[in-house]
Ligand binder design. Structure first.
Ligand code: MRU
Length: 366
């Protein structure tokens, strides 16, 4: 375990801001249109913010949390700063998505800051606290990148050729207010001149791997898109040096919820003796949750499994039905990777074994 407490100013600049305040509005990059269109949505109200999170216009655990914080400010702006309005905002935003604990972490931080204040002070304080959460996330991502870089450097020093990584879902800049979590070490390696190659799994059913592919292509990081089910073979064939993914909630014992399919990669990585790392900020740690069985898993409904979205020949975004509407389909959006399968968790304070995060965060674990 290595510990490094201080966070410095972030060095990574997002190519397009995922989230920013403009006066009394909040602008977000609409991720439901990527990788084909880059359009910004304007959030004006609490309902807009809740819809953006629920519909996955914004997604990724840290970005969901930051958006919810700005949603509280929008609620106070239009619905007043009374306790009832604040309570309603916290309740509405808290019900948008269940698994990523960053959402509840951000709302709890907003409540702690705002509840003791006089009503007249709450709106300004809400904007300031949301901005602090955004800035904190950007700095946190940079620090995760620095710690994760040490692992990539170690692998690079042991074998010739590029370091071959595999990731799942999207834990890049799109999922955060900064460089990302799992992709931050990869961007740091690229900046340090270390050659890397990334296997990107498409991540059915919402295909967030295509967002990762889009990010890496724009950044000039060599990568290959694979079907989710190809991961096991590539790991078995010795094509991968390290797997790294993000997380949506990490329980006290180190069990980790992340995008569905992560667990299968961890199993295959262990069978192939390939290190499997999780990268996550403090806002993803849930010390009140004893183990993975207590983590709520979002079910997003059959349509995401049975309907494919993509680009039609005429350049419009189109939907194609893969299975009849009457098809019975289950759609758990996350799975749990047991701590025993995780080689280490890369945080902004350093790297710890899963289940030993309390050594890095003694104040939170108490
Ligand atoms: O459903 P999503 O797209 O919000 O899920 C995202 C993930 O599972 C990410 O891996 C996780 O949130 C970490 S993002 C830094």
């Amino acid at each position: 375990m290595t510990a490094q407490p201080a966070l410095t100013q972030p060095t990574f600049v997002q190519p397009i801001p995922t989230l920013r305040r403009e006066g009394d509005q909040v602008l977000v990059l609409d991720q439901t249109l990527l990788p084909f269109r880059t359009e910004t949505r304007t959030l004006r109200t609490l309902a807009d913010a809740a819809h953006a999170i629920r519909s996955m216009q914004v997604r990724g655990a840290p970005l969901i949390g930051a958006t919810a914080a700005y949603g509280v400010a929008l609620a106070l702006l239009h619905e007043g700063s009374e306790d009832a309005a604040l309570g309603r905002a916290l309740q509405v935003l808290g019900a948008t998505r269940p698994t990523a604990v960053n959402l509840h972490w951000a709302l709890a931080r907003m409540a702690r800051r705002l509840r003791p204040l006089a009503r007249a002070e709450r709106l300004d304080a809400a904007w300031a606290e949301a901005e602090a959460i955004r800035a904190d996330d950007a700095a946190t991502c940079d620090a995760i990148g620095r710690h994760g870089l040490a692992i990539i450097e170690r692998i690079a020093s042991r074998r010739p050729g590029p370091v071959r990584l595999m990731t799942h879902c999207n834990a890049g800049w799109l999922a955060t207010c900064g460089a990302g979590t799992a992709l931050a070490p990869i961007y740091a390696a690229q900046a340090a001149g270390i050659a890397v190659e990334v296997f990107v799994s498409e991540t059915r059913p919402r295909n967030q791997g295509l967002l990762t592919e889009w990010e890496l292509r724009a950044a000039g990081v060599p990568h290959t898109l694979i079907a989710d089910n190809a991961a096991g073979l590539l790991l078995m064939q010795g094509e991968v040096d390290m797997v790294i993914t993000g997380a949506d909630r990490i329980a006290a014992n180190g069990d980790t919820a992340n995008k569905v399919g992560t667990y299968l990669k961890a199993l295959a990585a262990q069978a192939a003796a390939v290190p499997f790392y999780i990268a996550a900020p403090h806002s993803t740690l849930d010390f009140a949750c004893p183990d993975g069985r207590a983590i709520p898993i979002e079910d997003r409904g059959a349509d995401e499994v049975c309907v494919l979205r993509g680009l039609a020949d005429d350049g419009t975004l189109a939907e194609v039905r893969l299975a009849p509407a009457s098809t019975r389909a289950a759609n758990p959006a996350f799975d749990i990777t047991p701590a025993a399968l995780i080689s280490g968790i890369v945080t902004e304070r350093g790297i710890a074994a899963a289940g030993e995060l309390a050594t890095l965060y003694p104040e939170a674990a108490r």
